[in-house]
Design a binder for this molecule. Structure first.
Ligand code: PMP
Length: 362
């Protein structure tokens, strides 16, 4: 039995990280206590936060103009905190791309705070593709542009940066953060919850450029004001110590075991090539959902010729130890999530299973 974790999130974590986490739950040697019972005000945790931040800065080659925060509330809270900071009480319009399920969740939250223009929506095409640059009428006077770099549900990923460099680019990278190098300096704000590439649920990394804080509204609830989290260095209230520690371990793994984001991207590309290759070579038995140029390297979404075959595939896959493959509840079908920690061997094993299943069924 393989027991491989293709879950869309919380997803697979590197085995070395799981092993070390297990030891830390028993006892963190430097602290002499269980990871689950160490104060967030301890020197040990101050060092954890500092190293996690430093590692993220190093991985992304971030300049000192950016703040790095570890916040609660998931990516969903960022759907609100961003317009609270950048739209509340302003006359300018925020531009949003509606490319799938998750970007669609961000839009109504922004509309509570001010004017929103949806520059492009994939609703008519069933969210099977992303817009081209020619389809995006971005304007120079927008308050900011918000988009989702990887639509986790539909398996669509931007392989370029949409938008203009003279407008604040705000991106939900929850499902592809640290999956490969990015040009971080071209973003005003990046956010990513941990439970895909980074760690367990409970913490969201927010990277924001200091210029965004100019003219921040003064009437924000304390916990919703980035300035408080910056001033308190992510300890404004009790942070998720456990989740942040695991994020630290994952960043160490990326730096030491993988060698940074360029090699990580190569591995991710190889996994995706295997799975999309199996889909494309199946004579239509496996049907990829996304337009080929917009295919996600993180979530491979596909169907079989009938819902009955989808169900049979999922049942047999689970029995063979391939877990987390059912598509999002809104779509059905199959979704193989191949985040950073999912190994090339695991992707190859799933390809084998797909080949075998097709041989028996077609
Ligand atoms: N954005 C994206 C791209 C997601 O994939 C998800 C959840 N899978 C969310 C936002 C919502 O995240 P959370 O549950 O952490 O609020």
């Amino acid at each position: 039995m393989n027991n491989l974790n293709f879950s869309a999130g919380p997803g697979a974590l590197p085995q070395a990280v799981l092993d070390e986490t297990q030891r830390a739950i028993a006892m963190v040697p430097e602290a002499g206590l269980s990871l689950l019972g160490i104060s967030h005000r301890s020197d040990w945790f101050a060092a954890v936060l500092a190293e996690a931040e430093a590692n993220i800065r190093r991985l992304l080659d971030l300049s000192a103009d950016y703040h790095v925060l570890f916040l609660h509330g998931g990516a969903t809270l960022q759907f609100s905190m961003i317009p609270l900071l950048l739209l509340r009480g302003r006359t300018r319009t925020a531009e949003y791309l509606h490319t799938g399920y998750w970007s669609g969740k961000a839009i109504p939250e922004a509309q509570r705070e001010g004017a929103v223009r949806v520059l492009w929506s994939g609703a008519d095409s069933g969210f099977t593709r992303l817009p081209t640059d020619a389809e995006l009428p971005c304007t120079a006077d927008a308050a900011y542009l918000h988009y989702v770099s990887n639509e986790t549900v539909e398996g669509l990923q931007f392989h370029r940066l949409p938008g203009r460099d003279d407008v604040a680019r705000v991106c939900d990278m929850s499902s592809d953060f640290l999956g490969g190098p990015i040009d971080a300096g071209r973003f005003a704000l990046i956010y990513a919850h941990a439970q895909k590439n980074l760690g367990p649920a409970g913490v969201t990394v927010v990277i924001l450029h200091q210029d965004l804080l100019r003219d921040a509204p003064d009437d924000l609830h304390a916990l919703l004001d980035y300035r408080n989290h910056i001033a308190a260095q992510s300890i404004f209230n009790t942070p998720p110590v456990f989740a942040i520690y695991v994020v630290l371990l994952v960043t160490r793994w990326l730096l030491r075991d993988i060698g940074g984001l360029a090699p990580m991207a190569q591995i991710n590309r190889a996994k995706a090539d295997l799975l999309y290759g199996a889909i494309d070579a199946s004579d239509g038995f496996y049907r990829g959902r996304a337009n080929a140029t917009d295919r996600s390297l993180m979530n491979v979404v596909f169907n079989l010729p009938s819902p009955a075959l989808d169900a049979e595939f999922l049942e047999r896959a689970a029995a063979a130890g391939f877990h987390g493959l059912p598509g999002h509840r809104s779509l059905g079908g199959i979704r193989a999530s191949i985040y950073n920690a999912l190994t090339l061997d695991a992707a190859a094993a799933l390809c084998e299973f797909m080949l075998d299943f097709r041989r028996r069924r077609s």
